[in-house]
Design a protein around this ligand. Structure first.
Ligand code: ADP
Ligand code: MG
Length: 504
């Protein structure tokens, strides 16, 4: 996902207008929407949370299933240290408190894709406690969203309902894969805030390489809790919309659900606490079941697993090893490289874009690099529906193109042409310029010859330009046309002024 380069450019001024626009007006006055997200992020690891089976996505059904993942009686789970470290890394990235003591619990429920009959999760003592992240909105306003906790748990398998044979099958490849559940405080106030929040979470885990953030493959998804209230009143009863797997759907689900609840309340009805699902085809949420409470799951500490105790020194080591995170990178792009708030925001919104930019800007004008990436490159990628990782123009090739402009081998205008060819063919800029004879003409003799011809052929224009020096633009145009756009514009201007007897 690439941040839209069409984001409005006004800065971070927070005004009452922006705040009140988050309210929804109903027949009985204004309503405030309250949202909390439970984000499930699949951990990037080779093997599962409590077994050595592979976590590879895809593959034949039940190809990556150990006896532990299949819930065979008497099998013992063994904690995957790497997954624990990934959770700590993520907690640190969310500016959260890491708990040196945490406990794995059994959350009991029956589901055909959960052969154990319970999910190993964390309940009372999660590995990560409270934290917070800053989220930037379209208009530049920054809101701070509280994190309640992050805990580790197992993913479930997948039921497959075959239409043809009328049979239900189960694929346990995903069973036991490590998930991080990141629970927000009910701090979000609009669909836009929720969309920006999950996008920021996604950016952070991608920078950390703790989760690939791929929402299409279900690596990142959210349970969306929504309630409404009159401003200033206590929290209303919430409904939880399960498993929403795109930013757009999360935003649509919130819009629909908030309005549904407002309608009910304005008709004098009550909100029943429910678990609901979002239908992306209708854009509506529908009831799955009345909400279950924690006691329904009869959580208890898993007797097969010891409490997790982590040394402070280990946490410090992990903290030291964290990469530069998006907020810090954005600040650096602004203070050290002189990019605008807007440009720095777009270029750090995802890691591949930031890396691409850093390669191009290395030893070159950062502002020029940013303009080319956000203008020509993003434009071409959008049109071709490609992610930046799949760009036919690699970062070092774009860098080489900028060098050709820098040393005046080609003009900026010709460079646009060369870029298009590079994008279509994946070719090297130096070779394209060579092969297609696009080198800028700086040979003043050749330019002079063209100018002499044009002056001789256009006496009327010559008379005019003496009256109105601005009309020189017409001559520049003629020379450019005659040289196929390859004449060095500075040289053209200078020689024209001399020959036409203009000052400057
Ligand atoms: P559960 O596991 O039962 O769904 P939690 O109590 O941990 O429960 O809450 C889950 C999420 O619901 C959290 O993200 C929290 O911020 C959010 N939440 C809690 N109360 C409300 C409310 N009244 N309106 C909207 N969201 C809420
Ligand atoms: Mg929940």
């Amino acid at each position: 996902m690439r941040a839209s380069p069409m984001r409005p450019k006004n800065g971070g001024d927070v005004n009452a207008q922006a705040k009140s626009s988050k309210l929804i007006s109903g027949a009985t006055g204004e309503w405030e929407v309250v949202i909390g997200l439970e984000v499930h992020a699949r951990i990037m690891s080779q093997s599962k949370l409590f077994s050595g089976a592979s976590t590879a996505y895809g593959g034949d059904p039940n190809a990556h299933v150990s006896l532990v993942d299949a819930g065979m009686p008497g099998m013992l789970p063994v904690i995957n240290e790497y997954c624990v470290e990934q959770a700590i890394r993520t907690g640190l990235g969310l500016n959260a408190k890491i708990n040196t003591y945490s406990v794995f619990d059994r959350k009991n429920y029956f589901y055909p894709d959960l052969p154990q009959g319970y999910q190993i999760s964390q309940y009372q003592y999660p590995i990560v406690g409270e934290g917070e992240i800053d989220v930037e909105l379209e208009d530049g306003e920054v809101v701070t969203i509280g994190i309640e906790r992050l805990h580790l748990e197992q993913d479930a398998g997948k039921s497959i309902h075959e239409e043809r044979s009328k049979k239900s099958l189960v694929d346990l490849n995903r069973s036991g894969v490590a998930l991080m559940e990141i629970v927000s405080k009910p701090d979000l106030r609009s669909a836009e805030e929720a969309g920006a929040y999950i996008s920021k979470i996604r950016t952070i885990v991608q920078y950390l390489e703790t989760c690939d953030g791929n929402m299409d493959e279900g690596s990142l998804k959210a349970d969306v809790n929504v309630s409404v209230r009159k401003p200033g009143e206590p929290l209303g009863t919430r409904c939880e919309i399960k498993n929403v797997n795109s930013v757009r759907f999360i935003m649509q689900a919130i819009e629909y659900e908030a309005n549904r609840q407002i309608d009910l309340l304005e008709r004098g009805e009550e909100i029943e606490q429910q678990t609901r699902r979002f239908n992306s085809e209708t854009g509506k949420t529908t009831k799955m079941r009345g909400k279950e409470d924690a006691h329904d799951y009869r959580y208890f500490p898993d007797p097969d697993l010891l409490p997790l105790e982590i040394e402070e020194s280990r946490i410090e080591e992990i903290r030291q090893s964290l990469p530069e995170l998006p907020d810090a990178k954005k600040r650096r792009f602004m203070t050290e490289l002189g990019l605008s708030d807007y440009d720095a925001g777009v270029l750090t919104a995802d890691k591949p874009s930031a890396e691409y930019f850093e390669t191009v800007a290395q030893g070159r004008d950062p502002k020029l690099a940013a303009n080319w990436i956000m203008g020509d490159l993003f434009g071409a990628l959008n049109k071709a529906d490609l992610e930046i990782e799949a760009s036919p123009v690699k970062a070092d090739q774009l860098g080489a193109l900028l060098d050709l402009i820098g040393d005046q081998t080609i003009s900026g205008k010709i460079a646009k042409q060369v870029f298009q060819i590079m994008f279509e063919t994946g070719g090297d800029p130096v070779k394209i310029v060579e092969d297609q004879g696009l080198k800028q003409v700086t040979d003043t003799g050749a330019i002079e010859a063209e100018i002499d011809k044009i002056i001789a052929a256009n006496p009327d224009q010559v008379a005019q330009v003496k009256e109105k020096p601005k009309a020189i633009g017409w001559f520049v145009g003629q020379v450019m046309q005659a040289t196929g756009g390859k004449a060095n514009p500075q040289a053209v201007n200078q020689i024209l002024k001399e020959k036409l007897g203009l000052d400057g």
